[in-house]
Design a binder for this molecule. Structure first.
Ligand code: PEP
Ligand code: MG
Length: 405
């Protein structure tokens, strides 16, 4: 979708044929939607997205989740009018074109029940999250762009559990200063609260021009730390920016797609080398605690191989797709792609138990952490630290309050 987006922007520029902006509050319906179209649209007046294809794990889905824009994907080939009235039910994943008065009435009731539940959840937003039994649960936020923090009150969360950095790596590779300022902005916003920044996870469904390589099976190829360790010229720039930014707050750094202890050791050694270079140059910096994502089954099955790391963060989006052999961007196998599958929950519970035994903090930053239907199973698996999309903070805390653990 990112590459098609670039193609369409070039074609539009060449033909000077501007795409008409959607009226405020419109539902955009089509095969797929480009990230730039999403970013150009004013969502402050409502509106939503209904896609025949698309995926809940796409770049646009992540942006929509973070802003709370209703979005339904994988609707299949629907015969739909190009324009007209429609009801978009993003809670149950449906769209009704040219609705009858009875359908409008049913929708109104369902929308008002949803609004009531959202309103009730908002009362939880400013309070720390606790279960029915009084167990405290940390709830942090996932962000992608440094500007994401502008809409979040730091008092409503326990920090940033995941800052994805691949979206800084857009059409050009970001230099050290650009990265340093982006990381510093988030660290200063968070005050003393922890900010976990993930080194670039390019590849898979996140291609970066000039960095990622074309592969027949990108989810099983050179992505995340595998790619960073192959392109040290790019990785060292990010490491230096992180070391320099670390003095501005409570930074933790984690590596994506770790599969073996050796990958972690290599990445940690690069931090030590760049730190030594900054010492020699007299540049202010700090070495942050280094942790890893648990998203490759090899790590979840043998966490004891990683007993010397500072923390684990479970990436349930990828862990689920690899355990269930069901691609996260394929609507046809979405029924298999569930964290609530017993095999996935068993691995999560094993990592949580290992962390508890060894005193290594374990959190979860996949999308399941913000899903009220999955939160009870995650807490029962032993997790006490979740990181969710900012728009899901209130509903996640409300769901935690209903759990009996
Ligand atoms: C995950 O895999 O669960 C995760 C948080 O990382 P991403 O969605 O960026 O792959
Ligand atoms: Mg992942």
């Amino acid at each position: 979708a990112d590459l098609r987006d670039i193609r369409d922007q070039v074609l539009r520029a060449l033909s000077e044929d501007g795409e008409a902006a959607a009226p405020p509050g419109a539902i955009l319906h089509g095969e797929d939607i480009a990230p730039t179209r999403f970013l150009e649209t004013d969502w402050s007046k409502g509106g939503g997205i209904a896609l025949q294809r698309g995926s809940t794990a796409s770049h646009v889905a992540m942006l929509a989740r973070s802003l709370g824009v209703p979005m339904v994907v994988g609707l299949g080939a629907l015969a739909a009018p190009r324009t007209g009235d429609a009801l978009l039910d993003a809670e149950h994943g449906a769209i009704i074109f040219s609705p009858s008065p009875a359908e409008v009435e049913t929708f109104r009731q369902s929308a008002s029940s949803f609004a009531d539940r959202q309103g009730a959840a908002r009362t939880f937003l400013t309070e720390p999250a606790v279960t029915k039994a009084g167990t405290a649960v940390r709830v942090q936020v996932n962000i992608a762009y440094p500007s994401d923090v502008e809409g979040i009150d730091i008092e409503t969360c326990d920090g940033v559990g995941l800052m994805r950095t691949e979206f800084l790596f857009g059409k050009t590779l970001p230099d050290e200063e650009t990265q340093y300022h982006a990381y510093r902005k988030v660290l200063e916003w968070a005050g003393g609260k922890p900010v976990t920044i993930r080194t670039v996870d390019a590849g898979g469904d996140k291609p970066v021009p000039g960095f990622t390589v074309e592969e027949t099976n990108p989810f099983l190829g050179l992505r995340g730390i595998r790619l960073s360790l192959k392109r040290l010229d790019i990785f060292r720039v990010q490491i230096r920016a992180l070391l320099r930014a670390a003095i501005h707050g409570n930074l933790r750094v984690m590596f994506p797609m770790i599969a073996t202890p050796d990958e972690y050791s290599q990445a940690a050694a690069l931090f030590a080398q760049e730190q030594a270079a900054l010492v020699a140059q007299g540049v202010a910096h700090k070495l942050p605690p280094l942790g890893i994502m648990v998203e490759v089954p090899s790590v979840a099955l043998a966490p004891e191989d990683f007993a010397d790391i500072a923390f684990f963060s479970i990436g349930s989006n990828d862990l689920t797709q690899y355990v269930m052999a069901a691609a996260r961007d394929n609507a046809a196998v979405a029924h298999l792609n569930s964290v609530r599958q017993p095999a996935v929950l068993r691995l999560i519970a094993a990592v949580a138990a290992f962390g508890l035994e060894k005193g290594i903090p374990v959190s979860l930053c996949g999308d399941a952490g913000g899903d009220p239907a999955t939160i009870p199973a995650l807490l029962e698996a032993g997790l006490r630290d979740l990181s969710v999309a900012p728009a899901q903070l209130a509903t996640a805390k409300a769901a935690i309050a209903g759990v009996a653990v």
